[in-house]
Unconditional design. Structure first.
Length: 625
């Protein structure tokens, strides 16, 4: 008697899937540093034992141990040429563990990072398709009943995998995304968008797995059951992991997961299993609860917003909200804009810096910038310090925001806090690595680079966070970016600045410049750009200070003439010489620049005030009113 096809059976009843593979292998003593896919070749007995335990627990659908079996991932373990062998072995093991009532899904995970990082490795669509082709063909040829594309966080990548599988095999394809609590993926795709795009791409079964526990999967399913009569699949994690004795453990009980499975079945979900943290005990509880469960009737409805059909993230405009049009970066000035850097203190004593901020305000500067642990040296947080600066001086604060010290979650919290504290100017920088700083053992995060941070702030200005969730109303950030000019590869640096402008930058600040000719070159190369550029001025203190900057500070170059002028100087003579060099640069370029960014060493605001006065004296008088 011929076995009923997987798709036909799925359309007629609720089927029980299996649980986690990686979690169980780890429990068997396989370390995280191992390649779990290779175990199909080196420990087939262990993989078979696990899959038989799931079948014995009531699983009617099991997955092959091939989630990461693609060339891109396997090459990191020296196994890039074994995709076919690993996938074929995985399928053989699962088929051996199955019986006539159990179906085998060929598991394929995403090629790129699961984290949703914006600076993930970039692969062209054709390269992704080629990488998906190998496991699809190997699993199909080995006799699986369907292809399972699971745990995708980037919808475009899932669509490429789906199209590849549809082109290479006639097997049904399950397409699953990982969702967060409010029905969005890590990269901001809503369940509405996902269901529409995957239906249009002809996925036979659509679903959700992994993500943030049971609730995230249930929320996505609530949206999907209302919009399609296609079979749906749901593989939830066993809640959220908890950290105990150096390990992350999933402590959700089998009973809770079984109750959640019953709710999913009531919604009309066809295939219900488990993901991270689930065990044969969880699957046994689900199987017992759903024994002889009949499919619930679903009533599809149309997608409420046709703009969601594109499968893209929320549309992001790079135009600044109208309320921020009074920012110094967006006004016309009769003289160059003057910014002065005043970094937070290294300890708790900050009152003297607040007094200096008031003095700078009296000198008529336009804004004060505050570093974010510059050069990885620990200082007071610049949000609290910046708010005190603004309250004391009445000047806007430009808060530097480095990607080094905060993960994606922390950066977004920082931005929300900045907006609430009326700090609306942010300098988006990648940041120097922690190892160059003064805190041994500190680590660098870098979930984003400066480009990803600019895109994130731009998305906040449109009212959405990184996951595409509504903030309540748009933020009003003016986005600054750094230009680390250097004398070598200047064209490359300008190209990077142009890209930053295209994704949302509103103004730029350079590293200290000690050569007027460099400013002239930059102005000529940046003529097509529409944003103002403020050129860095650093009043040198001494020969020793000059030598240190030239040889040890990344991105700063002093000309031979400047080094010669500073040679042998220190004390008052050194400060006077450094001030004179800056004045000569101002005189040579004041007619062609948008403004200057004064970086006084050792918070010497007296030199900054002197230069600000010098710029004002050279600037043309405003027209009579």
């Amino acid at each position: 008697m011929t076995r009923e096809s997987f798709l036909n059976r799925l359309c007629g009843q609720v089927l029980i899937g299996d649980g986690a593979i990686g979690t169980q292998l780890y429990e068997q003593g396989v370390g995280w540093e191992s390649n779990y896919d290779q175990l199909n070749l080196t420990r087939p007995d262990l993989v078979l034992q696990l899959q038989q335990e799931y079948v014995d627990s009531g699983a009617q659908v099991i997955e092959t141990n091939t989630f990461g079996a693609n060339r891109h991932r396997l090459e990191k373990h020296g196994l890039g040429d074994q995709v076919k062998e690993i996938c074929a072995a995985g399928a053989r093991i699962s088929i051996q563990a199955s019986n006539p009532d159990v179906y085998v899904l060929g598991s394929i995970g995403p090629i790129t990072a699961l984290s949703g990082k914006q600076n993930k490795p970039e692969l062209r669509d054709s390269e992704l398709s080629d990488l998906f082709s190998e496991p699809v063909l190997a699993l199909a040829n080995a006799g699986v009943d369907a292809i399972l594309l699971e745990t995708f966080v980037h919808l475009p990548d899932l669509l490429i995998a789906l199209q590849t599988a549809k082109k290479l095999t006639d097997l049904p394809v399950i397409a699953q995304l990982a969702f967060q609590e409010r029905g969005h993926t890590f990269s901001g795709i809503s369940a509405d968008t996902a269901i529409t795009s995957l239906k249009n791409a002809q996925a036979e079964i659509i679903g959700a797995n992994c993500g943030r526990g049971v609730r995230s999967v249930f929320t996505a399913m609530e949206t999907m059951v209302a919009q399609t009569n296609k079979p749906l699949s749901a593989y939830a994690n066993a809640g959220l992991p908890e950290f105990h004795d150096g390990r992350y453990l999933y402590l959700t009980t089998p009973q809770y997961l079984a109750d959640s499975a019953a709710r999913l079945a009531e919604l009309g979900v066809n295939l219900i299993g488990g993901c991270c943290g689930t065990t044969p005990l969880h699957i046994r509880a689900i199987s017992d609860r759903l024994a002889n469960c009949q499919l619930s009737v679903r009533v599809p409805k149309s997608v409420p917003d046709p703009s969601l059909n594109s499968g893209l993230s929320p549309v992001v405009s790079t135009e600044l909200p109208i309320k921020q049009s009074d920012s110094f970066a967006h006004q016309k000035h009769t003289r160059p804009v003057i910014l002065v850097e005043l970094d937070p203190p290294r300890g708790l004593k900050h009152q003297y810096l607040i007094r200096r901020a008031r003095q700078l305000a009296d000198m008529g500067i336009d804004a004060i910038t505050t570093g974010d642990n510059p050069v990885s040296v620990m200082r007071m947080g610049n949000l609290a310090f910046g708010q005190m600066i603004q309250q004391a001086s009445g000047l806007p604060c430009v808060a530097h925001l480095s990607c080094r010290d905060r993960n994606l979650l922390g950066i977004q919290s920082y931005l929300l806090a900045a907006h609430a504290m009326n700090i609306h100017h942010v300098l988006a920088i990648t940041g120097d690595p922690s190892r160059v700083g003064d805190q041994p053992g500190a680590s660098s995060v870098y979930d984003l680079n400066s480009f990803g941070l600019i895109e994130l702030i731009t998305q906040f200005n449109c009212g959405y966070n990184h996951a595409g969730m509504d903030l309540g109303h748009p933020t009003q950030f003016t986005i600054g970016v750094a230009l680390n000019q250097g004398s070598r590869n200047l064209k490359t640096r300008i190209d990077r600045l142009e890209r930053k402008c295209q994704i949302g930058a509103h103004f730029s600040m350079t590293q200290p410049v000690f050569d007027p000719e460099m400013i002239i070159r930059i102005r000529k190369l940046t003529e097509p750009l529409s944003i103002p550029i403020y050129f860095g001025l650093f009043p040198l203190l001494s020969e020793r200070n000059a030598e240190y900057l030239h040889h040890e500070v990344p991105g700063v170059e002093l000309t031979p003439d400047v080094l010669k002028q500073m040679k042998g100087t220190s004390g008052k003579i050194g400060r006077q010489t450094g001030l004179k060099i800056c004045q000569e640069i101002i005189e040579a370029t004041i007619d062609i620049v948008d403004g200057f960014y004064i970086i006084p060493p050792q918070a010497r605001t007296d030199t900054a005030s002197s230069l600000a006065g010098f710029i004002r004296d050279l600037s043309p008088s405003p027209p009579p009113t």
